[in-house]
Structures are given as C-alpha cells and as structure tokens.
Write a protein of this length. Structure first.
Length: 288
C-alpha cells in the first residue's frame, strides 16, 4: 500500500474534521483584516496597478471619469474576502484529507502485520475508528476513492474476529490474504471467504463474486484450500474441486486385435454369380 507522506504538515495546522476546517478558515480570514494583507489594502493596491497599467498603454493620465470606471471594475473588498476564505478553507481541507488518508493507511498496515493471536479489545476499537474515518471521507462531493481501504478493513475485521487454531496464531491477516491471492483469488473477493474454516485447518471452499444474466451478483464456489503447519512453516495447499479423471491406457496387443477385427468386418464380400444351368434337350429318334 502506498502511503501519503504528510510529515511536513505541522500537527497544529491539521483540522480534526471538515467543520473544524471551515471554522479555522473563518478565523484565519478574520485575522487577516488586522494585518498588512487586509482586503481593503489589497483592493487599493489592485486599483493603483490598474491605473498605472492604463496610463502605460495609453501614454497619458486617465481622466476622472476613467478613474471612476477603473475603480468600479476592480474586484471589491467583499469579493476579495470571499476568495480569501475559500482559499483558506480549501488548503485546510486538503491538509485534513491528506492527514486522514495517511492515518487510515498506517492503521491498516499495522493491523495487517499484527499476528491474529495478539488481538485484544483495543484492536476492534482501532478498527471501528478506521471505519469512522473512512465514512467521514465519503460524505462530500469530490471525495477520494476508498474502495480499496474498505475491502481491506472488511477482510481484516473478519479475519481478526474468526476463531483459529493455535498453530496458526502467528499468522498476520496480510499474510493470509497473500496466500489466498497466490492460489488464484483476486483481491476484490477477499472479504467473501470463510476464514473460520481456513484458520481451523479445514478444507475450505473459496468463493468468487459473479454476475448473473439479470445483473444479480452471487457467490460462485471455486477451488478448495487448506492451511498446513509443517516443519518448514505454514503453507496453504490448493485442492481442486474437479480432479482430473485417470483414464487407463489399453494394451497394445488388444488394440491391434480390435483394429484387425474392425478391418475384417469392414471388407465387403463380393456377391456370388449364379450360374444358370441349361437343360439339354434330347430329341426322340424313331427306329424303323
């Protein structure tokens, strides 16, 4: 997971929420009224610049009527005040969003690398806190895409809440997910697996999310996996649901005999010609 580096942002400048960012932006804008960058002074500086620019382009001083026109065409102090507030609020919201994303990702990395046997009540409090932060980042227009973080959170919460065999207690959730992905499971299907059966060392079916003809989504069973603890460590074996059937090879002599029989049967017999026997006609001879 790629982390967002926000170490250069001081902790005091990071607001706690979007509402806090709006309040802080208002206070910053109000304080600027009593500094050298107040909005009335910026208005007058802009008006003087417009007058000098007009004089330089027309090679003479503007008349009073022209000065009045330039005065009213200059952005008024109220508009400058509004732009200043929007700019301050945008900067503070950007800092808050960057800080929130970084905290969420760092917490997910910590949860993913923690062995499941080390979980306690503070673990689930941290998971609920991550869920609240993700929800806060999804409640406004233009919010960042948090689908990857949501999938990881749902997967880690399911793994850490599932009962497990003691021999698999040293496995962290991230390593379990990596084993499933090595066996052909996609990252989007990680939250839908039966981690209770996997962590107890049983042969467990993997599930994949599929879409039907009517657009309805359902879980389709795939291959089976099983966790094994051996001398070399813990591994996950893939067990196919559809093993290849062994077809016995026939003997060579039997195949030759069968083929010869087929050839003999396939040779057509020539029909026998019928020979018509002619009867010899014997004439009767009279003896005188």
């Amino acid at each position: 997971m790629e982390l967002i580096n926000n170490t250069f942002i001081p902790e005091k400048e990071i607001p706690r929420s979007r509402r806090a960012a709006g309040r802080k932006a208002f206070l910053q804008t109000f304080r600027n009224l009593f500094t050298s960058r107040n909005h009335f002074r910026r208005f007058m500086d802009t008006y003087r610049f417009n007058t000098i620019r007009w004089s330089a382009s027309n090679l003479h001083e503007p008349s009073w009527g022209k000065r009045i026109g330039l005065f009213f065409r200059t952005k008024n102090p109220i508009a400058i005040l509004q732009d200043d507030y929007r700019s301050n609020r945008s900067n503070l919201l950007n800092k808050w969003e960057t800080s929130s994303l970084n905290r969420i990702q760092m917490e997910l990395v910590r949860m993913g690398s923690m062995p499941i046997q080390n979980k306690d009540r503070h673990t689930f409090k941290a998971l609920n806190s991550i869920e609240k932060k993700i929800k806060q980042l999804q409640e406004y227009e233009g919010c960042p895409d948090m689908s990857h973080e949501k999938q990881l959170l749902a997967t880690y919460k399911y793994i850490l809440s599932s009962p497990f065999d003691r021999k698999f207690g040293g496995l962290p959730p991230d390593e379990i997910c990596g084993m499933l992905q090595q066996n052909g499971l996609s990252e989007s299907n990680l939250p839908y697996q039966n981690y209770e059966g996997i962590l107890q060392g049983r042969e467990t079916v993997m599930y994949e999310l599929a879409t039907g003809k009517n657009g309805e989504k359902y879980l389709q069973p795939a291959d089976q996996v099983k966790l094994n603890a051996g001398m070399s460590g813990i591994s996950m074996d893939l067990i196919s649901r559809f093993p290849a059937k062994e077809i016995p090879l026939p003997n060579l002599t039997e195949s030759i005999q069968v083929s010869e029989k087929k050839e003999k049967l396939s040779i057509p017999k020539e029909p026998k010609k019928r020979v018509r026997k002619e009867k010899s006609k014997v004439k009767s001879v009279k003896i005188k």
